[in-house]
Design a protein around this ligand. Structure first.
Ligand SMILES: [Zn+2]
Length: 140
């Protein structure tokens, strides 16, 4: 899996296509990757909105591994958007997730923070994409 920060989101037929500005190198071996196919993934935002995103899958031309490209609004293995999870575990927002889900996030907090920090690390200017509007509903 590759986490992408530089991408555009295009809406088509009610689905959101993640269009990266460039093809990333293979995270395993650094080799060149080619687009293989795409995969749909649903994301739940803090207000309960569910959107379908179409993510790209790449295949490395060197080691042959397949990598899914995940935009940084998502968290690996989570259905909720990154900002929904962050705000909820920081206690800044009550999101639409069930109590049991929130309980689990809190229990996984350390692990999640590590995941989120990994994503955060690379470049500071992530937040300027259009798609982020969804998760920042003007509440205050
Ligand atoms: Zn490779």
């Amino acid at each position: 899996m590759v986490v992408s920060k530089n991408y555009k989101i295009k809406e088509q037929n009610g689905m959101y296509y993640i269009v990266p500005s460039s093809v990333p190198g293979c995270p395993q071996c650094g080799g060149e990757m080619k687009i293989r196919d795409s995969k749909r993934r649903k994301v739940i935002f803090a207000d309960g909105t569910v959107d379908t995103f179409v993510l790209r899958r790449y295949k490395c031309t060197v080691c042959g591994r397949v990598h899914l490209e995940l935009p940084d609004i998502m968290v690996p293995h989570k259905h909720y958007s990154r900002s929904a999870i962050i705000d909820t575990i920081n206690g800044e927002r009550n999101c639409s997730a069930e109590q049991s889900t929130i309980y689990r996030w809190n229990r996984e907090k350390m692990q999640l923070e590590r995941l989120l920090v990994q994503v955060e690390d690379k470049s500071p200017e992530a937040k300027r994409t259009d798609g982020d509007n969804n998760c920042r509903c003007a509440g205050n």
